[in-house]
Ligand binder design. Sequence first.
Ligand code: ITT
Length: 193
Amino acid sequence: MIQELIFATGNANKVSEIQSILGDKFSIKSLKDIGFSQELEEPFDTLEANAKTKAEQLKEITGKDCFAEDSGLFINGLNGEPGVYSARYSGADATDSRNIELVLKNLEDKENRSAYFKTVIHLLKNGKHYQFTGICEGKIIPNPIGDNGFGYDPIFIANDIPERTFAQLTKEEKNTISHRAKATKKFVEWLKK
Ligand code: ITT
């Protein structure tokens, strides 16, 4: 039987990446699929706390078990920025390209360009809370390259595939090494138990 999971996200790219790892035994319903158009609040300064609150807010509204994820890019030469604020780094009208521009500008005079992506998945099931974490280490390049993926993918090169940016990888390739893939694989292992 196909297990249905509600994913507290408005980000279609996250849904697509996670669905392809979960496979056809699981069916993910996004906020859009369940007709929910409000944005969930993310008021905290850690991925863990924001993932938890997004899952709790949706549980409160739907009464159903669900999961959420919060992720971000942590750049060592910028003291961990944009981090938990990755989605809105360049302000209220942030876009992926404005965020990238700001990161590159802030890194101009920095020698250390190492960075990592981190994902925290928070599952609320039968009143219990579970978290699964994934990290992908790499570096930020000076100019964006590639059209695939989303967010900061065009400026991030993972240590595991050092020849290409995340935006030059296929979804399948990104899903072998990414932060989200690592967290999702732990999540799937848990679900299969
Ligand atoms: P939610 O509805 O799930 O909150 P969101 O896009 O607002 O969707 P987050 O708050 O978790 O998601 O912000 C994560 C930001 O971090 C995202 O908008 C990207 O800018 C960046 N990011 C996360 N994972 C990424 C990835 O795999 N590749 C590139 N950028 C990523």
